[in-house]
Ligand binder design. Structure first.
Ligand code: PNW
Length: 471
């Protein structure tokens, strides 16, 4: 893509800049002050071979103790908001809400107050993959009972923090979560191909819907906040734009990996193409029912209209043609085979291929598909080896904000915020500490976990401060 820089375009008034983190990836203090065990604690301690260098988040960035330093960085960056997640087992050690942990609640009260004292809005993710182990032992997200556990958890969060938190995300990336129930790439590392991911997705959607309705019923009038669900989205482009089949395949892939969650929320029910292809496949296999569960009329009504803004986490893009990917095949039902353009740079993480045109097409796609909802890019970022002079990260941020400006100014997409992943280098799930995503470096060999801003930090600060794309 030719990179004309849109330096004349400004981010609109009120556009919000933020940085994002997640509890297990930064907090550490895994068993302090009454916190219970979650599924990442369990994996890291008992199946550490599943994680690069057998690493874990026991200490991570030690943000549980150093949160004031993190907030000071956010303040120095002039950020409008800070996105962090709440560790469920800090609030309730087993996940059951009749046994709360006051010290855990206190920690998030202190963090929220520190942010507000510095004029930074908290944007809070209720659940970023760290399910209480007790609930996992009950089956986790494939058990419908999770819908009610999650609703009770959310009620405690609204009651304790909702007076000050106006931006909520129920679940982070249900699509990635579902991979923990199908191809075993995240905790709980289950290999339930064909069925597990659809069930886990189904109950995550219903959990989200119930929490949204709970807010409507009890809290919204007084608290006046906004709720969404963060969807991660590789954008799928046709391999050959001239081929109708490739265009259809790319659209099908977009529906299978994004419409799966946002179609029920914006339009009611699963995308028709997904229903059709999964049902057809199941029939041909001789299954007695479709592996994609069905929503009742009531559930369709419950879900429709349950996002106050569209929250997207975007990193990368793929070309798409009819066929099947090599292993691991996450979802063979959609019959799409992905590849990359040779000219697209690859980051340190092999999955993170740089193609900002994908973000542009994604933003335009969301506008068309869902009638121009307000959008917050809740994650976008780049993986490298941790160098301080991180020029590739600067390029990545620049090119992605550049297409964001184009979508806002030329296509009138209603994009209201942008969030860098991540404020800090942190625990990158199964990749341990191998890849670095932070605009601030953290020395994980030093027990004090000192933080050092990188070149990209200074670059981002300038953009946040001037609300313009600086060359
Ligand atoms: C996100 N993909 O995950 C998560 O929300 C973060 O916790 C994580 O640290 C960050 O991205 C960087 O990996 C994703 O393969 C992981 O397209 C993989 C993909 C997308 C998002």
């Amino acid at each position: 893509m030719s990179m004309t820089l849109n330096t004349d375009y400004k981010f609109p008034d009120g556009f919000m800049f933020g940085a994002s983190t997640a509890a297990y990836q930064i907090e550490g203090a895994w068993n302090e002050d009454g916190k219970g065990e979650n599924i990442w604690d369990r994996i890291a301690h008992f199946h550490s071979k599943l994680i690069q260098d057998s690493e874990n988040g026991d200490i991570a960035c030690d943000s549980y103790h150093k949160y004031k330093e993190d907030v000071a960085l956010a303040k120095d960056l002039n950020l409008n908001f800070y996105r962090f997640s709440i560790s469920w087992t800090r609030i309730a050690p087993t996940g059951e809400m009749h046994k709360l942990n006051p010290k855990g609640i206190d920690y998030y009260n202190r963090l929220i107050d520190e942010l507000l004292a510095n004029n930074i809005e908290p944007l809070v993710t209720m659940y970023h993959w760290d399910l209480p182990q007790y609930l996992q032992d009950l089956g986790g997200w494939v058990n419908p009972i999770m819908v009610d556990y999650f609703k009770e958890y959310a009620k405690v969060l609204f009651s304790n923090f909702g007076d000050r938190v106006k931006w909520w995300i129920t679940l982070n990336e249900p699509l990635q979560m579902c991979k923990g129930y199908s191809i075993s790439s995240y905790a709980p590392f289950l290999n339930l191909r064909n069925t597990g991911h659809y069930l886990a997705g189904h109950y995550q959607l219903l959990a989200h819907g119930k929490v949204y309705r709970l807010y409507d019923e009890i809290f919204r009038e007084k608290q006046k906040g906004n709720i969404s669900i963060a969807l991660n989205t590789v954008f799928f482009l046709p391999k050959n734009k001239e081929s109708e089949e490739d265009r259809e395949t790319a659209e099908r892939a977009n529906q299978f990996e994004r419409g799966w969650f946002s179609h029920p929320i914006y339009k009611g029910d699963y995308p028709p193409v997904m229903r059709e292809w999964v049902d057809k496949k199941c029939k041909s296999e001789g299954r007695p029912w479709s592996t994609l569960p069905t929503f009742s009329e009531e559930e369709i009504k419950l879900l429709k209209g349950t996002a106050d803004f569209y929250s997207i986490n975007h990193y990368s893009t793929r070309l798409t043609t009819h066929g099947y990917d090599q292993n691991p095949v996450f979802n063979p039902d959609g019959e799409y085979k992905t590849s990359i353009e040779k000219s697209w740079p690859v980051s340190a993480a092999p999955w993170l291929i740089v193609a900002p045109e994908g973000l542009y097409e994604l933003l335009v796609w969301i506008k068309k598909e869902y009638d121009n909802p307000p959008v917050i890019i809740t994650e976008n970022g780049y993986a490298d080896d941790g160098r301080l002079n991180d020029l590739e990260r600067i390029d990545y941020i620049k090119s992605h904000l550049n297409v964001t400006l184009k979508a806002i100014n030329e296509d009138k997409c209603d994009i209201i915020g942008y969030t860098i992943w991540s404020l800090l280098d942190n625990f990158e799930w199964t990749d341990g500490y191998r890849y670095h995503f932070g605009i601030v470096s953290v020395d994980f060999n030093n027990p004090r976990r000192p933080r050092v801003p990188k070149a990209s930090y200074q670059y981002f600060k300038k953009i946040v401060t001037t609300k313009k794309l600086n060359v």
